[in-house]
Design a binder for this molecule. Structure first.
Ligand SMILES: NC(=O)c1ccc[n+]([C@@H]2O[C@H](COP(=O)([O-])OP(=O)(O)OC[C@H]3O[C@@H](n4cnc5c(N)ncnc54)[C@H](O)[C@@H]3O)[C@@H](O)[C@H]2O)c1
Ligand SMILES: O=CCCC(=O)O
Length: 499
């Protein structure tokens, strides 16, 4: 495996890369037009220019994709686990070899700075490597019943055809985090990629084909009509699982739809992460962590720190040091070498960010830095810090999804915990303290699926990613990730000594 050097970004390279992206639907191993012949445009959020038009799946295409997945399920489940793992391992090598292509494509369609996109390639590819290793470890067990009169054989089997729905913010990693464990477990799939960033999934699906994935195992249906195209699939009895990553609002609706067939579901939903800085924290480390937890992906991450809850004795110094670092962050198209903060995904998202900031300012908060959209083309927003944000302000209860850090203060550990848990979300929390006992106590008291202790980014293919409360159900990655695509079957065996 060779990792490519970092070639310069030129208009020709962009054009060549875009020309290599399949623009059709992938159904039963073939790229084809939508039955309606319709296409939709994918835009560069930094310039508003159309990058590519791709096939726009409708209900008929969705049905064809599920037909293919259902038809391939039985034979795919019989493919030896080692072979499934080897396909994933080849895909890992191929994505790594084409890292620069994947990174540039993500920067073009999603906006993140190229350096961050490279980071996502590493992160996203790691799910392929991790699950290539997990494919051969879906162990069951054999035991003697407590009364000794029978034997218990417990096996793991693939759940069957899955519908995977992914968001726009991590175009590669959110796809590989679902596809890799499904492949490892022996499930077939229909992937509905995000309509704002479908291109990375298109290229990745082509890589999976090249890596040897049989026809029908992965079917890809980008669409501009998500509900109409995937709704019938969720109600089709051949579908056995829905794995969704996206907003809590949409997840809640899909869960209701999935209840009709009592579908197995995984839900990776929204977050409202608290970032706690205690009075004994190493403030420089806390600021480094805050920069990562806030500005990774321009704040467009479910794991983004949404509320900075800082002890009153260090809040002023923390805000000052944080602002000094934030000031160094240049907003520019992600392909520009100086870019540290790319554009937000679209005008609607930027308006929502500004609405939350304006509401906080009107409620008495102070802008330590920023506080407005960036003039000119693209959906850029100034890196922003707000201090003196009052409890109950909207910005503390809604996902910001932008480079904005509201600071609220506390005076006791109990108050910090109360503020942190005061949300319907429960994805991740960050805690900065030098007191290890306090760190452990926070792990016990904070209602989140994940905790970063003196760390601002904890995403890792080897770790179980997921939330509690309205942040979702199930886990992706880690030892747990493959379990989401397996069901347990128990076979009771009569006493082998009975005559
Ligand atoms: N917990 C996690 O792991 C995680 C990871 C990334 C993003 N997110 C969350 O995702 C959200 C941002 O992503 P988004 O704006 O793409 O979310 P979204 O809920 O709007 O869309 C997510 C996906 O669902 C599709 N969709 C929308 N309506 C649908 C419907 N009726 N039927 C079927 N599919 C439908 C979209 O086209 C997209 O592919 C944030 O809330 C963020 O926190 C969570
Ligand atoms: O947006 C949420 C996913 C972020 C991650 O996997 O680190």
């Amino acid at each position: 495996m060779t990792v490519t050097a970092q070639p310069a970004v030129t208009a020709e390279r962009e054009t060549r890369l875009l020309a290599s992206v399949p623009t059709g639907l992938l159904i039963n191993g073939e790229w084809r037009d939508a039955a309606s012949g319709k296409t939709f445009d994918v835009e560069d959020p930094a310039t508003g220019k159309v990058l590519l038009s791709i096939a726009d799946a409708g209900p008929e295409d969705g049905a064809a994709a599920l037909d293919a997945a259902a038809a391939a399920q039985e034979s795919w489940a019989k493919v030896p686990p080692r072979e499934r793992g080897e396909i994933l391992r080849r895909a890992f090598d191929m994505v790594t070899e084409r890292a620069e292509d994947f990174a540039l494509l993500m920067t073009l369609e999603m906006g993140k700075p190229l350096a961050e996109a490279r980071g996502e390639v590493t992160y996203g590819a790691e799910f392929l490597r991790w699950f290539s290793e997990e494919a051969v470890r879906a162990f069951g067990r054999y035991s003697v019943s407590p009364d000794g009169k029978s034997r218990l054989l417990v096996t793991k089997k693939p759940v069957g055809p899955c519908l995977l729905i992914t968001p726009w913010n991590f175009p590669l990693a959110m796809a590989t985090r679902k596809i890799a464990p499904a492949v490892a477990a022996g499930c077939t799939m229909v992937l509905k990629s995000a309509n704002l960033t479908p291109l990375t999934s298109q290229l990745f699906a082509a890589v999976m084909q090249e890596a040897g994935l049989p026809a029908g195992v992965l079917n890809v249906i980008p669409t501009s009509t998500a509900g109409a195209t995937t709704g019938p699939l969720i109600k089709d009895s051949r579908l056995r699982k829905l794995s969704f990553t996206g907003s809590t609002e949409v997840g809640r609706r899909l869960l209701a739809d999935a209840s009709e067939n009592v579908l197995r579901t995984s839900m990776e939903l929204g977050g409202n992460a608290p970032f706690l800085v205690f009075e004994d924290a190493d403030l420089d480390a806390a600021v480094t962590g805050a920069m990562a937890a806030k500005l990774r992906n321009m704040g467009e991450a479910c794991t983004a720190a949404n509320r900075f809850i800082v002890h009153e004795s260090v809040a002023g110094e923390f805000a000052e040091k944080f602002a000094a670092k934030m000031k160094e962050m240049t907003t520019a198209r992600g392909t520009e070498p100086e870019s540290k903060v790319g554009p937000l995904i679209d005008g609607k998202s930027r308006d929502k960010v500004h609405e939350l900031v304006s509401d906080a300012l009107a409620s008495g908060a102070k802008a330590v830095l920023g506080g407005a959209p960036v003039e000119g083309p693209g959906y850029f927003y100034q890196p922003t810090i707000l201090s003196g944000v009052a409890e109950g302000t909207r910005i503390l209860s809604e996902e910001i999804f932008g480079p904005v850090a509201p600071i609220i203060t506390f005076s006791s550990e109990d108050e910090a915990v109360r503020l942190a848990n005061n949300t319907e979300y429960g994805l991740v929390a960050y805690v900065f303290t030098k007191d290890i006992n306090r760190g452990i106590r926070m792990g016990e008291k904070l209602e989140t699926g994940m905790l970063g202790l003196n760390a601002g980014v904890i995403s890792n293919a080897a770790a179980p990613f997921g939330g509690v409360k309205q942040s979702g159900l199930g886990r992706e990655g880690g030892l747990e990730g493959i379990e989401e695509y397996l069901y347990t079957q128990y076979i009771g065996i009569a006493d082998p000594y009975a005559s």
